[in-house]
Design a protein around this ligand. Structure first.
Ligand SMILES: Nc1ncnc2c1ncn2[C@@H]1O[C@H](COP(=O)(O)OP(=O)(O)OP(=O)(O)O)[C@@H](O)[C@H]1O
Ligand SMILES: [Mg+2]
Length: 309
């Protein structure tokens, strides 16, 4: 037993060189707190309860699988105000992340009656949608937009989904198993299924315009993601200090006013590669992937991004 536990400690330490606590916890069937305690040397290793060991089963170590967890990001793009560019950010971020990882799922949770914005912006067919996922179609319900960029559309009529929160939970669990990166385009609401997506995310990107009413709502929303990596995209420079204080983050990226963006979306295209909007997205991607960059990440193209800072 001691041997197993010492082995566990070594494993956590090795994994922590590249992985987040959340990923290690998931892989080793431990709580995040236990991982943190082991990592920081605060834990009496004999006291750590590993449920997998308890049940006499080997821990599920998934670090060597084809889709390694160390690269996995689950990103929510959210806001406290409509029309701040949330869908444009989610869509263009998904394309840029797809340049660097094997598979990206872009998931639209803007449930309404009629096709949502992403469906138009990305010129997606009427089906498949999340309704097909609910019917049990699994990976078939994701539309392959480009080589490694997959989109799960919101249903084209929200009333097609009865148990929305349950479905979103299933979608999140499925996507986390299958894709290297998962990106949610979230609506400007506080519905339970929105919270469900936030729960599953390790990174929250907030698109902010900077108005006073928005700031009050932001403060309330911020309670939902105390433990997440937070990045703020801000339209109005004057409010940087206030936004930092409200969201308790130091990462604020300025959203440029890109006069060609509307035209691109209207023409069902991604933002141009060298456009101001896309440069901002590139900075965002760099922030999201920066914090645990290891040699392995360098191999998949992030070293260049980091050097350019
Ligand atoms: N940085 C920007 N520069 C110029 N126009 C922008 C910018 N960001 C967004 N827009 C414009 O604002 C409009 C709304 O963008 P988008 O649909 O991405 O916002 P949203 O927050 O998802 O909106 P909704 O609340 O409807 O979901 C689009 O016409 C887009 O071109
Ligand atoms: Mg939108």
């Amino acid at each position: 037993m001691i041997h197993i536990r010492e082995d566990l400690r070594q494993k956590v330490l090795r994994m922590s060189e590249r992985l987040t606590d959340e990923a290690i916890a998931r892989a080793l069937n431990l709580t995040e707190e236990a991982v943190k305690d082991i990592r920081e040397g605060d834990a009496d290793i004999e006291e750590i309860e590993n449920p997998a060991v308890k049940q006499n089963q080997p821990p599920a170590v998934i670090i060597n699988t084809k889709k390694p967890t160390f690269r996995q990001k689950v990103i929510s793009v959210w806001r406290a105000k409509g029309g701040v560019g949330c869908s444009a950010v989610a869509m263009n971020l998904a394309r840029q992340v797809a340049d660097s990882v094997d598979s990206v799922a872009l998931i639209d949770l803007n449930f309404q009656v009629g096709p949502p914005d992403l469906t138009y912006y990305m010129d997606l067919p009427a089906a498949p949608t999340m309704y097909n996922f609910k019917q049990g179609d699994g990976i078939e319900s994701f539309y392959r937009k480009e080589n490694n960029l997959f989109v799960l559309q919101a249903p084209h009529n929200k009333y097609q989904l009865e148990k929305t929160t349950e479905t979103v939970n299933e979608v999140c669990a499925f996507s986390r198993k299958v894709f290297d990166a998962v990106i949610f385009d979230l609506p400007n609401t506080e519905d339970d299924y929105v919270r469900e997506a936030i729960e599953h995310s390790n990174t929250v990107v907030m698109a902010v315009e900077g108005t006073s009413a928005e700031m009050i709502r932001l403060e309330i929303k911020a309670k939902n993601f105390k433990n997440k990596d937070k990045i703020v995209l801000l339209k109005n420079d004057d409010d940087t200090g206030r936004v930092k204080e409200v969201l308790e983050t130091h990462k604020v990226i300025k959203i440029p006013n890109d006069k060609h963006l509307g035209e691109a979306l209207e023409n069902q295209a991604f933002a141009r590669r060298n456009s101001p909007f896309n440069k901002m997205i590139s900075q965002l991607k760099d922030e999201i992937y920066e914090y645990k960059s290891s040699g392995l990440l360098n191999k998949i193209g992030f070293s260049k991004l980091r050097q350019s800072r």
